[in-house]
Design a protein around this ligand. Structure first.
Ligand SMILES: Nc1ncnc2c1ncn2[C@@H]1O[C@H](COP(=O)(O)OP(=O)(O)OP(=O)(O)O)[C@@H](O)[C@H]1O
Length: 236
């Protein structure tokens, strides 16, 4: 299996913060893997995911995505790179004045898919997340869990190579959480590398062969030994 993501000694310090939010991250994700990222609130999960989907640059170290150094990537190639990564944001980030249908269609339209080829995949997605009746609604009229499902449909409609989801089951009941996880699992079976940050420990045992990544105060633990971290170094 090819390495799809490599973090090499990556650190992140936000400009106005006292210390490093993330430090010494050194790991590899393989193509087609399923990864859970856990850790207490404030441990740095969202920050790590932002590095992964190129919304944040690291302060130190190198991030390789799809075999290329993301730090030296020409600006013009960034949007194309980002399209290969589907993101489910913790706060959904749906476009409030667009219908559910148009929110889900957005990645296809941005990639230049012809209008005639948009209807069928969006309808399929709506069905997939159980929102076939809500295509013409706007996000502010939906429940939190429904908005979350729209966000998931939008993240996966472009068949991304990597799916990054930040607390994707935070607003749904246990049945829906299990269903959404099943959707991620089916995507993963089709070859998508999936990275899910979650507090929900019930989810963790549900995916066979999932790897666990645990963040503690900005440092990565490797309970399953799958990330090939080097042994912890003594702090300087
Ligand atoms: N833009 C920012 N500027 C300064 N500090 C930030 C910024 N974003 C996050 N932080 C800090 O970085 C730390 C890690 O935050 P992060 O959101 O990555 O944690 P998390 O593990 O995702 O937490 P949660 O589970 O509560 O979402 C926190 O102390 C947070 O205050």
């Amino acid at each position: 299996m090819a390495n799809i993501v490599q973090f090499e000694d990556v650190g992140l310090r936000y400009p106005n913060s006292d210390g490093e939010t993330l430090s010494g991250l050194h790991f590899t994700l393989v193509s087609g893997g399923f990864y859970f990222l856990t850790g207490a609130s404030g441990a740095g999960k969202t920050s790590l995911l932002k590095l992964l989907y190129l919304a944040q640059r690291p302060t130190t170290g190198t991030i390789r995505l799809f075999g290329e150094d993301a730090g030296t990537l020409a600006r013009v190639r960034l949007p194309g790179f980002r399209r290969r990564i589907g993101v489910v944001f913790q706060d959904f980030r749906l476009v409030p004045h667009l219908s559910v249908f148009d929110n889900i269609a957005l990645p296809l339209r941005l990639s230049g898919v012809p209008e005639g080829d948009i209807d069928a995949p969006v309808r399929e997605m709506l069905e997939w997340v159980g929102l076939s009746e809500k295509g013409q609604s706007t996000p502010p009229t939906l429940s939190g869990g429904e908005q979350q499902r729209v966000a998931i449909a939008r993240a996966v409609i472009g068949r991304p190579e990597i799916l990054v989801a930040d607390e994707p089951t935070g607003n749904v009941d246990p049945d829906m959480a299990a269903r959404l996880l099943h959707l991620f699992e089916s995507l993963n079976r089709l070859g998508t590398t999936v990275v899910v940050a979650t507090h929900d420990f019930h989810l963790l045992g549900r995916i066979q062969n999932a790897h666990m990544m645990r963040l503690e105060a900005g440092r990565l633990m490797d309970p399953t030994g799958a990330l090939r971290n080097p042994p912890a170094r003594p702090s300087a």
